[in-house]
Design a protein around this ligand. Structure first.
Ligand code: UD1
Ligand code: PEP
Length: 455
């Protein structure tokens, strides 16, 4: 019989995780210093951008996460020679891109969302693109209509097959006037990566302006692109004839920083996160402070700790940048189970991102998810067609449980809930966590967590 290998096991195997479950003995403070490196949501896009350069690129601060492995595998299929000159660095040689082996892309299907961003670069380099089915966290429908509509406006012709999509550009790619229905991160990146080598000027309205996008723009500018970020979410891109490679250190992973900050709060701990910076995290830091957490911004990182006293409830809405990021709500909600009073988290970015709260309730939390949102509740962010609200009543004592983690951020929140809970928890499917958290087992050890991992 052929053994079934789950997506999580595949992800874990990419970064050397041998076992897919961890036993956690809760109740221990996390204390110590860990480092974060480049952001999953930037490093992977920077790797795609390397395909646009005629000369080699060097990316520094690359995290050892499985999504990086997925993109590396795809770049190799597309003919890019990827090497690692030293730990945390990847170099990309595009001189043999003509020899793409499209037949091999199916092996990379379903592992990450990044493949969709290869459309523009492949059309520029090869006149054709084949993209496998996408993966990523299952937190709603996650359609790619904005991407495909934008690509069509550039002149791409798209055919959808049973497995993935096929694109051509019979008349080349031309600059376009594009307005996104919503400031989608991925669709903004799609437009940037396509417009830089398209003929003429592209005006993108309602663009996403997340720090990871600004860092991608910085990379493209180093490569020779002409991009200006105008007021009111407008980005202008003047197409150029060719681009060179880049030499760039990836922006730090602010989602990982927020996660460890929440871990410090939840475990009454004290964690110094090396590599963290303040400016990109202001929305998070405000909420962290309102809840009752303490932080100290230093030159080489940020220290987060629980200063004692009761945690306070908050009402927040997830939003696009500069708002409170959707990827931060899951670990924060674990802290809110310990706040004295009722907190409300409105999820406005994805339509299905509170599934992870079921396991927290099994552990003793009191979280009620309102699948249609709370329509009359006053708040800052405008309602979307869909949205959900989680109402968290605290404080509640958490106890150990057996948990099968559903997705990346939900998985991290289960991990820290187990670390703070009374008793033992067995958390399985943890390979998913390695999509976005590097060296998770080593970091838990450094911070003094009590766990058994047969790795
Ligand atoms: C790899 C990566 O960088 N992932 C991040 C990226 O995901 P990703 O780029 O997929 O997220 P988007 O910003 O595109 O998605 C935001 C919203 O727009 C919708 N949408 C998007 C594209 C589209 O064609 N049609 C459509 O309807 C999505 O379903 C979602 O409701 O930004 C999200 C929002 O900050 C983060 O949570 C993810 O961690
Ligand atoms: C939703 C996330 O990632 P992805 O878009 O890669 O699924 C995330 O990082 O929380």
């Amino acid at each position: 019989m052929i053994p079934l290998v789950t997506d999580a096991q595949k992800a874990g195997a990419r970064v050397g995780l041998k076992s897919d479950s961890i036993v956690i003995n809760g109740g221990k403070r996390l204390e110590g210093r860990i480092e974060v490196r480049g952001a999953k949501n930037l490093a992977t896009k920077a790797m795609v951008a390397a395909l646009l350069g005629d000369t080699p690129s060097l990316l520094k601060g690359v995290p050892e996460i499985s999504d990086v492995g997925v993109v590396r595998g795809l770049l190799e299929v597309y003919g890019v020679k990827v090497t690692s000159p030293s730990p945390g660095e990847l170099s990309f040689d595009t001189s043999r891109v003509e020899s793409a082996h499209f037949a091999e892309i199916d092996a990379h299907a379903g592992a990450s969302r990044i493949p969709i961003l290869f459309c523009g670069p492949l059309l520029h380099r090869l006149g054709e693109a084949r993209i496998p089915d996408l993966g990523g966290c299952r937190i709603g429908d996650r359609p790619i209509d904005f991407h495909l509509d934008a690509l069509r406006q550039f002149g791409a012709v798209i055919e959808k097959g049973f497995e993935g999509i096929h694109l051509t550009a019979p008349d080349g790619l031309r600059g376009a006037d594009i307005e996104l229905p919503y400031p989608s991160v991925g669709a903004t990146e799609q437009v940037l990566l396509t417009a830089v080598l398209a003929t003429g000027t592209t005006e993108l309205k309602n663009a996403a302006i997340e720090p990871e996008i600004m860092d991608l723009i910085a990379i493209l500018q180093k490569m020779g692109a002409i991009i200006s970020v105008e007021p009111n979410r407008v980005i202008l891109i003047e197409g150029v004839e060719r681009l060179d490679g880049y030499n760039h250190r990836a922006l730090f992973d602010r989602n990982e920083v927020a996660s460890w900050a929440a871990a410090a709060l939840v475990t009454h701990g004290d964690i110094f996160v090396g590599g963290a910076r303040q400016t990109e995290m202001m929305a998070f830091l405000n909420v962290f402070r309102k809840v009752g957490g303490a932080f100290d911004v230093q030159e080489d990182g940020i220290r987060f700790w629980h200063p004692g006293g009761d945690l306070k409830p908050v009402t927040i809405e997830t939003d696009v940048h500069p708002g409170f990021m959707t990827d931060w709500q899951q670990p924060l909600i674990v802290a809110l189970t310990q706040a004295h009073g009722v907190s409300i988290v409105h999820e406005t970015v994805y339509e299905n991102r509170f599934g992870f709260t079921e396991a927290l309730n099994e552990m003793g939390a009191q979280i009620v998810v309102h699948k249609e949102g709370l329509p009359d509740h006053p708040r800052r962010v405008a309602r979307r067609d869909f949205e959900q609200a989680a109402v968290i009543t605290g404080p509640t004592e958490l106890h150990g449980a057996n948990i099968y983690v559903p997705d990346l951020r939900g998985g991290f929140s289960h991990l820290i809930a187990a670390l703070s809970a009374e008793g033992q928890s067995v958390i399985s499917n943890i390979g998913i966590i390695s999509r976005g958290y590097e060296h998770i087992i080593d970091k838990l050890e450094t911070l003094g967590a009590d766990f058994v991992y047969e790795g």
